[in-house]
Design a protein around this ligand. Structure first.
Ligand SMILES: *[C@@H]1O[C@H](CO)[C@@H](O)[C@H](O)[C@H]1NC(C)=O
Length: 374
């Protein structure tokens, strides 16, 4: 009798284990099914088409890993920011870094890049508690670099659009493609740096408009008929003192600033909203533009960053990233390689000529005066 009970016990336990296992298997299947449906919907939303079933399966595995990471993050400890299954959800970190970033401190054949020495905002004390250069009309709509590692061009152009509006009162969308095609010291979709771009823009006597030389998102030959129609120019550029968020603040209080950043981590690329607080290192591989700063109602200080991954990424294309962190480099290295274009020396005799029709950017001209462009 005792032994029969014993067997019954074991048998019931066996059934129980079987039941648990099969219910786990079915919930796994269900998850797999849900995930497949999510992938289909995501493909439709982002117009993604794979060449065959094999590629689709491979992409699905990457998608699944990314979705699981994003869900686990959002369900985990409440952090200051959220992640989102965005257009990058079927890319591995490696693929993402190769095709959507593109900052290189030393592009291919840098030869005669003269390092700037001065930092004109070193003694600035008028630093408002918040700045948003969008509110001053100095920021063009968010652009999208697509599958081309030329973040450096977008960062440099956004900083230049900013200073041009602040100095001349006209917000003119300028050409990244001109930099990609014509700035041969940088490496087009293969990466580059903003300082090299500023140097080129100065020597090139400016940049033409986005409309004149539209973005195509791949390397091309320099269209020499377009490069002569300059819409804005700069007289040079300066670097912000490195690893110094206070210096960066003084600079951003005066104009939008180009910065390099580590932007390829899986939290960064899936950022959706809030103040980004990591996780990232200081391996600078991406470039963006700081267009302001501020603090949340709970006092968390942040930089306001314009990215070039379209308006579907982050907060309508923008990111808030934690400011004044313990590390001198800033979060994700944001204070390591900041720089900005300058546009006229402080010259009281500056003469600027606008065509009577201010909207006609082609007729916007600058006069050369005593050897320097004003
Ligand atoms: C800042 O102040 C110091 C000390 O007065 C001065 O030597 C320096 O030239 C100033 N820098 C700028 C950029 O004005």
């Amino acid at each position: 009798m005792a032994s029969t009970n014993h067997f019954q016990c074991i048998f019931l336990a066996f059934l129980f284990v079987l039941g648990v296992l099969s219910s786990q298997a079915s919930s796994r299947l269900l998850n797999e099914q849900t995930m497949l449906e999510m992938h289909e919907q995501w493909m439709a939303r982002h117009g993604r088409i794979y060449k065959d079933v094999e590629e689709k399966n491979t992409r699905f595995q990457v998608f699944k890993d990314n979705v699981q990471h994003i869900n686990a993050f959002n369900e985990g400890v409440d952090r200051a920011y959220k992640l989102h299954v965005n257009q990058f959800a079927d890319l591995t970190d490696e693929e993402f870094r190769a095709s959507r970033t593109g900052y290189k401190k030393q592009p291919t054949k840098v030869t005669s890049i003269s390092k700037p020495t001065s930092f004109r905002y070193a003694n600035v004390t008028d630093v408002p508690p918040t700045i948003d250069w969008r509110e001053k009309g100095a920021v063009t709509p968010v652009k999208n670099q697509g599958q081309c590692g030329c973040c450096w061009a977008f960062s440099a152009v956004a900083a230049m659009e900013g200073i041009n509006q602040l100095k001349n009162g006209n917000l003119i969308s300028l050409s990244e493609q001109e930099l990609v095609d014509c700035n041969v010291d940088n490496n087009g979709c293969g990466g580059g740096s903003m300082d090299t771009a500023f140097q080129f823009i100065k020597q090139n006597n400016g940049l033409t408009t986005e409309d004149n030389y539209p973005y195509v998102g791949q390397d091309g030959t320099c269209d020499s008929t377009q490069v002569t129609t300059s819409a804005a120019m700069i007289t040079g550029y300066e670097d912000v003192a490195s690893n110094n968020e206070q210096a960066l603040l003084q600079a951003v209080a005066n104009q939008p600033i180009s910065v390099a950043i580590e932007g390829s981590g899986s939290d960064f690329k899936f950022y959706s909203s809030g103040v980004f607080t990591g996780n990232c290192g200081t391996n600078l591989d991406h470039a963006v533009t700081i267009i302001g700063y501020g603090a949340t109602s709970d006092g968390t200080k942040y930089w306001l960053v314009k990215n070039s991954w379209g308006s579907g990424w982050g907060e309508n294309g923008y990111m808030k990233i934690k400011r004044d962190v313990a590390a001198n480099e800033g979060l994700c290295g944001i204070a390591m390689q900041a720089s900005y274009p300058i546009m006229f020396e402080d010259d009281k005799d500056s003469v600027m000529c606008h065509h009577p029709n201010e909207n006609d950017v082609d007729s916007f001209v600058l006069l050369e005066h005593e050897g320097s462009w004003m």
